[in-house]
Structures are given as C-alpha cells and as structure tokens.
Write a protein that binds this ligand. Sequence first.
Ligand code: NAD
Length: 467
Amino acid sequence: MQTLTPQTPMATPDIPELVKRLRQSFDSGRTQPIEWRLHQLDRIQTMLREHESELVDALAADLGKPPLEAYSTDVGFVISEIEYVRKHLRGWLKPEKVYAPVAVQPGHARVHRDPVGVVLVIAPWNYPVQLLLSPMVGAIAAGNCVIGKPSEVAPRTSAVMTRLAAQYLDQDCVAVVEGAVDETTKLLAERFDHIFYTGNGRVGRVVMEAAAKHLTPVTLELGGKSPVIVDSKAKLDVAARRISWGKFLNAGQTCIAPDYVLVAKELEQPLVKAIGKAVVDFYGTDPKQSPDYARIVDDRHFRRLEGLMTSGTASIGGDTDASQRYIAPTVLQQVDASSPAMADEIFGPILPILPVDDVDEAIDFVNERDKPLALYIFSESHAVQRQVIDQTASGGACVNATLFHVAVPGLPFGGVGPSGMGAYHGKASFDCFTHRRGVLTKSTRLDPPIAYPPYTSFKEKFLRRVL
Ligand code: NAD
C-alpha cells in the first residue's frame, strides 16, 4: 500500500461564524442565479481534473485503492455526475405548470424549485471523494450554500479535498470543514436547512436527534446487509463474476456490496467454484500481490473483520496480513444464520454463502430481516425476477447485476427503513435540496364575489358544483 506524508489538517474555522457567513451569502441571493451554480460545478470539475493524480494518490494511501477504481468510483464518478447535472439543470429549474381548478380561475398554478438555504453534508470514508462531492453537487445545483464534512477515517483524502475546496470554490457559499466527532458535533449544533448524512445508523440517529432540535429535514444514506439471491435458473459464470466484482471492489467496503448470498442448494458448490475462478481471474492466485485489490481502511475494521472469519468455513481465501491490513477475498460456507457474520453489515471482503431450498425460502429470509440498501437477484426466469422484486423491499435493486444501479443517474439512490431515508443522484439530488413551492397567480381582471360573505344559497349551490 502506498504511503503519503500525512498533510497537516487545515485549521478548523470558527463554525458559528462560518455558518453565519454562508447564511448571509444565501440571504443575499448570490447562489440563486443559474450562472453561479454552473460556475461552481465547473470549478469542481476543473479541481478534479487538475488534481486527479493527487486525489488518486490520497485514495491509495487511505484505502490502497487501485488507480482505476479511484477514478471510476470517486473522481470520475463526480465528473460525470456534474456533466449530467449541467445538461439538465435549466430544465429542472423551469416552474412546472399544474392544473388550476375552476374555483381559482382566472389564474395559473406552478411549482417553483426553491433552494432550501444552508445545508450540511457529512461524508464517510469508503468513497471519500464521491460521497462528499456528489451530494454537494446536488446542493449547489439546487442553489444552496453548503458545508461539507469529509471523514477523518480517510485523512489524506479529507485533507486534500479541504485544501482544494478552499482554493477552487466560492468560499462565502461553499466550504469543506475537516474534522472528527468534535467538529461534527459543533456543526450539528448549528441550524441548517437540510442535513445530508452518509454513514452508519448509530451516527444517523445522532444526526437526526440534532436535526430535530431545529426541525431540520434530513437525508440519511445508511447501510445494511444487502442480499444476493441466486436462483436455480441463474447463469452461474456471469453471476459469479458480477457477485465477485461487486463484493471485492474496494475490498468489500461498499455500502451496496453484496453482503451475503442465498443460493439454490444444488448450485452452492458450482457457484463457489465459479467465484473461486472469478477471484483468480481478477486478482491472480495471490490477491495480496495484485495492484487491483484494496486494503482495509484501519486497524479497528481489520480486527472486526478478522473476528467474522470464525462464522464459517473459508472455502476461498481466509488469509490475512495485519501489517498491510490485507484480508483476502473470502467465501464462507457452513455459516449459521445466527452467527456474527450474519448479524451486522460485513463491510469487508468476506462473503457468506447460505443454501436455500427455493426462491420462496430466500424471500422469507430477506423479509425476516431489516430492509436492506440493495438487493440482487440472479435468474434467467422473468417470473422469478419479478417475484423477488415484487415480494421484497430494499433501497434499490439489480436484476442479474450488482452495484450498477448506482451508475444510472435517472435512478434515485437511497435506503428504506433502517437502510436510510431520502434519495439522491441526478434529478433526485436536485430534488433532495429543493423546496417545491406551490405558487398560485390570480388575475385581478375579475373578482366575482362568489366566495365572499355574506353567504347565500345561490353561492352555496355554485360552490358545491365547482369544488
Ligand atoms: P465514518 O466513520 O466516516 O462516519 C461517517 C461520518 O460521521 C464521518 O464524517 C464522521 O466524522 C461522522 N461521525 C462519526 N461519529 C460521529 C458522532 N458521534 N457524531 C457526529 N458525527 C460523527 O463512516 P462509517 O459510519 O464507518 O461508514 C460506513 C457505513 O456507512 C456503512 O454502514 C455503510 O454501509 C454506510 N454507507 C452508506 C452509503 C450510502 O450511500 N447509503 C455509502 C457509504 C457508506
């Protein structure tokens, strides 16, 4: 894993002063014109393009992220998200005409898209560029002032982004504040108009409690155990490759990574064999030597994951190296549904495989647990695909794929129940930070006294007819 000299964290600004400055900017109307929004988005793209290699190095130092993954899932992800927003923003901003009933004629009714004000974005460490900047892009596109708080668990990336944001963005409207629990707690004490949090559910509750004090709406992008169902009619080699890719990308530290697999029991062994082949095809016979395989972010997570290895028998992988925080791509079999690996989100490269009798059993297994962030079904049968999608609930889902729904800007991305609330990406990001303001405009040419007192039986008859 690459090492970088840790950058000196930037001094934490006076947080109440910062929020006050941003609020003054927002109130001045500076962020309202589309030109300001497009210019800031353009600055983020320029910043990412001009500092791509510095960010890729920081991601390698924090997570051992392979350069191609650093580009496709962090830096390049945000660049293409901005491309999409820039193409559509003018259309999204157009007031939407809605039906105006007879009772309000002559007049017209429109939904305006107002920015909400000053927003806070709190990001985690696993895709530290994407998960900080992508919500910030939505907030800026919607015309808000925004403070971003990157994760202290990915300190090099956090430091680079804080420095670059100060250099490239309009500092009176957009800021990135580095820090950990103390700084986040200070930020959460302030009044924001929206808080967007990505991370675990425990801190999600802390965020929601702080937001409640100011009646601030929240978006919570949380995690959970995202299941994969492999039906007896699945195309096994494709399923194995797509599951392995989705699971072992970023060493399993992906919120929508396949957490565990429920497989038709007659396919358990063939699937394990096919996953074994995919792992060798991807990373060679010794994944520790592969430049395309990431590392665990810190010692705490490394120890936690090592502890989960005892939940079953490792039929693939199983080896670890604490000095590099390396955990091999691992498949666990003979896993008890009540074992630690099946209790909480794994968030690492360990994949339990559990045999089931049929799809109904798999559906029941999923539905007995918390609603997950993602769900994946592999089957060539349309009836089974539909049955699984119709009879389960999850934040998002893929049929015969893993993770890729995240790359479709037209699909809202978010959780449901314990995996989160609210959604973003593409238009959903714009909507997330927008107040849909209903505006009725009446003509003054006519002002019939029909709704005004004194009420008469004629007025009542008329109103009963038109309302
Ligand atoms: P983390 O430890 O980086 O925490 C996230 C943020 O919360 C950080 O900015 C951190 O500073 C802040 N924080 C931590 N403790 C706090 C406290 N007590 N008070 C206030 N703020 C606090 O990241 P994490 O929680 O380990 O992230 C992993 C989790 O996030 C997983 O569950 C994963 O599934 C989920 N996740 C979800 C998504 C999604 O899009 N839904 C994406 C990535 C990760």
